[in-house]
Design a protein around this ligand. Structure first.
Ligand code: SAH
Length: 226
């Protein structure tokens, strides 16, 4: 795996400098949380996409990861992480256990793993779970638990969560997920089908408040497993 070793040592488009430019762009786009920026700087995004796409890994774009799915753009990954930690202010809180729905290639989970004690990540496509589990092991990301299953129902056995993040869009907030939030915790998701809005639901005791933010573009949350 000479190429991988080369890219790990930071040559060319996949170098630390390229990642530094990505961080500059994230700051320009309004990402303020230093902890999130540090996590984005530390995770080698190029190792989560096919080698043919490595040189594009740090562009601000979603890229295909096979099975008709995409790795979310750096901005959207950073934005969701920031919202999970605190919302619009600049100081965030450390997270204990986080639920991600839509593991995909494991990039977002690896970023979240630097902000949380543990990330439980559900994925409906079995082949992606297998492939990503191997990748996470190789990259020594030890606090992500990939789970094969329909994330629409959450992961009751692991609840409560300090944040729930959906990496796939749905027309409504899946109601089964709400009681799985810890008090004060937030759920962040793309809400809608053809037009989607980033949505944050915050739990306060037995009530929930909802905030709608900017427009986003995600693949759909699909029922069942594959
Ligand atoms: N966070 C991922 C983005 C993956 S795209 C990354 O960084 O790569 C969204 C993923 O959600 C896809 O892999 C898709 O298979 C998965 N998905 C869609 N519906 C789902 C469901 N009901 N339960 C679990 N995963 C689902």
């Amino acid at each position: 795996m000479v190429e991988t070793l080369n890219s790990k040592s930071g040559i060319g488009m996949t170098s630390a400098r390229t990642r530094g430019r990505m961080l500059e762009r994230l700051r320009e786009q309004g990402i303020r949380d230093a902890v999130v920026l540090a996590a984005m700087g530390a995770v080698p995004r190029h190792l989560f996409v096919d080698q043919a796409l490595e040189s594009r890994a740090y562009e601000d774009t979603a890229l295909p990861i096979g099975f008709g799915q995409t790795i979310s753009s750096p901005y959207v990954v950073a934005r969701m992480a920031e919202l999970a930690r605190h919302g619009e202010t600049s100081a965030g809180r450390d997270l204990g256990r986080v639920l991600e729905i839509g593991l995909g290639c494991g990039y977002q989970a690896s970023v979240l793993a630097r902000l949380a004690r543990e990330v439980v990540s559900m994925e409906r496509v079995a082949a992606l779970v297998g492939k990503t589990r191997v990748r996470l092991r190789e990259l020594r990301v030890n606090n992500v638990k990939p789970k094969h299953g329909d994330g629409m129902h959450g992961a009751k056995d692991y609840a409560p969560f300090d944040a729930i993040i959906l990496a796939a869009a749905f027309a409504e907030v899946p109601q089964e997920l709400l009681p799985q939030l810890a008090d004060g915790a937030r759920l962040v998701m793309p809400l809608g089908d053809s037009t989607q809005i980033l949505c944050v639901v915050t739990r306060n005791g037995d009530s929930y408040s909802e905030q709608r933010l900017e427009e986003v573009k995600f693949v759909p949350l699909l029922p069942g497993v594959a």
